[in-house]
Write a protein that binds this ligand. Sequence first.
Ligand SMILES: [Ca+2]
Ligand SMILES: [Ca+2]
Length: 207
Amino acid sequence: MPHSSFSRQASRAGFTLLELMVVLVIISILAGAFIVTGGKMFQDSARKETAVRLTQLAAMVEQFAQIEGDYPDDRLPKSLSANAVNTGSEALVLAFFAPGYTGSKPSQAWLGNTDDDSSQKKLTTFAGQELFEITDVWGNPVYYAESLHYSRQATLMAGPDELFEEQFVDALRNETTGDWQQPNRFQLISAGMDGFFGTEDDITHSR
Ligand SMILES: [Ca+2]
Ligand SMILES: [Ca+2]
């Protein structure tokens, strides 16, 4: 009978459509879960990578002090007439890449130039005169200061892509005592994933 066969076909087609929708919903739920977990895993690994980078950098700063007798200067030579942005981190790069320095150097993959400046003199082993700074995994400059200059506020060009701007950065204090962290040493700080200094996700070296 044509009528009943038509209705059977129609109901089968409807069932298939429903199945298809259920499958689509399941797929979208799974994809959503995957994106959330995948994104979280990526954030965690970027955070870990930055923490490791800062700890390796701290070891290089200590080695510099052993070889040269003092921590790397966090100020640029006066003759450079550069801007007043990212200077601590730039001075650190100049120290490590000075001709003749024999200790461990940061990977060149860690370097960036977020304020896009150059020095008037060639002071490094690099081909050009760009004033690079050490960056974190998100491409923001790492704050570097010697304990002598903790009270001096630094200016760094940093931020998430859409809010890239000059930020004023202070050295970290112990929350309970109010004393400087790393007294008589130095501080290295990454702004963390949010790109802003002075927020909870900031990362420092662990020794
Ligand atoms: Ca720079
Ligand atoms: Ca932050």
